[in-house]
Design a protein around this ligand. Structure first.
Ligand code: DGJ
Length: 695
């Protein structure tokens, strides 16, 4: 038995079950002999069931009598070796975990499992074919048991421009299933869920979170078994025949991450955030405020106009200027040009150098957009190499945004794109790459003629890794039509995500609220868009757009050449305000407070960041729709230093006339948590910012 201790959770592992079993995952246990946990939780055989109680191991086995979804699926030719049962071989202690090996001498498979407990629980399984024939893998899905009291689920609905919408559901019986076949993490099926005690909230209830760290197709399952046990399971979704192991070959599952808190969802999400803050690509410098040109100029590129835009951007305090889609090949609209990663002489007759040196001369960094995994049929690349498209021969391919996926698992295609991107970064002074991916996979067959998403996903990682290695000072953003590729495997190699193509502040309130359960604010691209949102047509004050974007990795996606003097001054003041607070916002603990509902929907959102040492805090109260009552209930702020006194200041957002007469009031952390503070009424679609300082 192995007892792992994390900060806020313990895990007890029985390594004798072949595929090891998480016997316990929950609140810290203190000093205890782990074998007593096994004894205490021992389940006797019951009438009406098998004569064994098969464990919910990290890869539960049908062959051992497990009646739910097996963790490992696969077979050899003729359908043999389809139901393995592993025997333990070894367990090796790691610094904060264990690596186990197990074999099935009948199916001739070896299983290597790594389980670690740091900021998060991490489980990864590798299957090795030790037989003399090919083994076809259908699924390797690491599995995390959760206790019976975890009977409510929080999952995320989504679509383009509406990512990360939280959905609560009772989970009394049965299976909840979410699958992405999009070839990317997807808008629709964010691979994150939380299970908790009934009614769990931001600061109360036990919560177990799971995330599948993978950027291709995935499966995520929560099943309540008829015998009363429950588990969360996730991994890569493989198409038929997509992975086959020759003798000696192996398949490594994605890592499945878990986070636990006995005190609600907000502390549970700190596990994910702290994990993000330890990833290899974590940001290591203050996040530069950027201007992205997409909604400012779309495909209408002109060096002189872009220089003017850059000058206007620098004048309001922008630190990074990002040139979006439209600078390359024949890309004058979204019908053509993808794949031709050379600067268009048509729109940039003197290359990008004049624009870049202008941007650099203004003291800003230069960033550039690419979409390397794609090709338009109307492109030089496709005309030269139609065989590099990820399609199935004999069928007319399904297009999306007039484009096809480029098969990066094809060595020549990979080398070609790597060469072009490498040259782009070598020949230009580029600090940042916005890496986009704008279509789902459909019927994509790889080099062998079999389903190609698995190989493509690995090739995508290899390409990004190769570029990062060659250009270690360049930062990357993971964008996929907004937030369709937000996961912890891509975040090993990206400093930022583009959270959504929707810059409507009202929509963003919910999108970012949901996303904040997985990622910390410094990774979350949050832009101030135009007064009238390009994706919803809704209009918002600059103050609301600003407060909504303020705590994230701030950007501006607005043609700042069109601003009047007042707007320009207010935007500059907003950017200055962000810079004043960004160290706190980007290093502290994210907090959310249970929303006040108006029917089924939250009427307001309150959220913010507490300094790790609780010396300071930022809290935003955003009114989304009108409340049921004349005044919202007092805002209670749990989780501060109970005995310390805090001065609570209202920080006016530029352009907002809202005032709080009690600004400057001093209260203890305990008072803020128990009776809280009464805010006056706010208009719907407005937000206020409070700054708390320990006195
Ligand atoms: C989708 C992205 O999400 C947008 O921000 C923009 O970069 C467009 N693609 C460009 O085609």
């Amino acid at each position: 038995m192995i007892h792992l201790r994390g900060g806020s959770a313990d895990v007890v592992i029985d390594e004798s079950s072949g595929a090891p079993t998480l016997v316990y995952w929950g609140a810290p246990l203190g000093e205890v002999d782990p074998s007593t946990i096994l004894a205490a939780l021992h389940r006797p055989v019951q009438q009406g069931s098998l004569d064994v109680v098969a464990p919910i191991s990290v890869l539960p086995e049908h062959g051992s009598g497990f009646q739910g979804r097996p963790g490992l699926g696969g077979h050899r030719r003729g359908g043999t070796a389809w139901s393995p049962r592993f025997l333990p071989v070894s367990a090796t202690r790691l610094v904060s975990g264990v690596r186990t090996e197990a074999v099935d001498p009948v199916a001739k498979l070896r299983l290597v499992t790594t389980i670690t407990l740091n900021e998060v629980l991490a489980v990864q399984c590798t299957v090795i074919n030790e037989g003399e024939s090919r083994y076809l893998v259908d699924a390797v899905h690491p599995t995390l048991p959760v206790p019976a009291q975890a009977s409510e689920l929080l999952t995320f609905d989504g679509r383009w421009t509406r990512e990360f919408h939280p959905v609560r559901r009772a989970w009394a019986t049965g299976t909840w299933l979410s699958e992405s076949r999009a070839g990317r993490t997807s808008h629709e099926h964010q691979p994150t869920l939380f299970a908790g005690t009934p009614g769990f909230g931001e600061w109360h209830g036990e919560v177990w979170g799971m995330h599948v760290a993978w950027s291709g197709n995935h499966t995520m399952v929560a099943e309540a078994l008829p015998d009363g046990r429950r588990y969360l399971q996730g991994g890569e979704l493989l198409h038929p025949g997509e992975v086959s192991l020759e003798p000696g070959g192996s398949y490594a599952s994605p890592t499945v991450l878990g986070t636990y808190s006995s005190d609600g969802l907000t502390p549970a999400s700190w596990g994910f955030h702290r994990h993000a803050r330890h990833l290899p690509a974590r940001p290591r410098s203050p996040r530069p405020v950027l201007l992205n040109t997409w909604e400012a100029v779309y495909f209408d590129h002109d060096t002189d106009r872009l220089k003017e835009l850059a000058s206007a951007a620098a004048a309001v305090g922008i630190e990074r200027f990002v040139l979006d889609d439209g600078w390359f090949g024949s890309r004058r609209d979204d019908h053509r040009g993808l794949g031709d990663w050379w600067v268009s002489p048509e729109v940039y007759p003197n290359g990008l150098a004049p624009l870049i040196s202008h941007v650099r001369g203004l003291g800003m960094e230069f960033g550039i957009w690419v979409e390397p995994e794609m090709v338009n049929p109307d492109s030089d690349l496709y005309r030269a190499h139609p065989e590099w498209a990820l399609v199935t021969d004999g069928y007319d391919p399904v297009l999306a945004r007039h484009q096809l996926v480029l098969n990066l698992a094809h060595p020549d295609a990979f080398a070609h794109v790597l060469g072009q991107l490498d040259a782009l970064l070598r020949d230009h002074d580029v600090a940042y790459v916005k890496w986009d991916m704008n279509r789902n996979h459909v019927q994509g067959s790889g080099v062998r003629g079999t389903a190609g998403t698995h190989e493509q996903t690995l090739a995508f990682y290899r390409l990004l890794d190769a570029l990062r290695e060659r250009h270690p000072n360049v930062e990357f953003e993971s964008c996929a039509s907004g937030g369709a590729r937000i996961d912890f495997e891509v975040l090993r190699r990206a400093e930022r995500v583009w959270t959504s193509d929707c810059n409507d502040a009202l929509e963003r309130q919910t999108i970012q609220w949901g996303a904040s359960m997985l990622i910390p604010p410094e990774l979350m691209g949050a832009h101030i868009g135009p007064t009238r949102s390009h994706t919803t047509g809704r209009m918002h004050s600059l103050a609301f757009r600003a407060v909504t974007a303020l705590l994230g990795h701030l950007g501006v996606e607005w043609n700042v050449l069109t601003l009047d003097d007042i707007e320009r001054a207010q935007l500059a003041d907003t950017i200055a305000l962000h810079k004043r607070f960004r160290d706190l916002a980007h290093s502290g603990d994210v907090v959310r407070f249970d929303p006040v509902a108006n029917g089924q929907q939250p009427a307001s959102h309150a959220y913010g960041v507490y300094a790790r040492d609780r010396s300071e805090a930022l809290v935003v109260h955003a009114q989304l729709v009108t409340g049921i009552s004349l005044l919202p209930p007092p805002l209670r702020l749990p989780g501060l230093d109970a005995t310390a006194r805090y001065r609570v200041e209202h920080v006016p957002m530029p352009g907002s006339a809202w005032v709080w007469a009690q600004s400057g009031i001093e209260l203890t952390g305990a008072q803020l948590a128990t009776h809280g503070i009464q805010l006056p009424r706010q208009h719907p679609e407005s937000g206020v910012l409070l700054h708390l300082v320990r006195v």
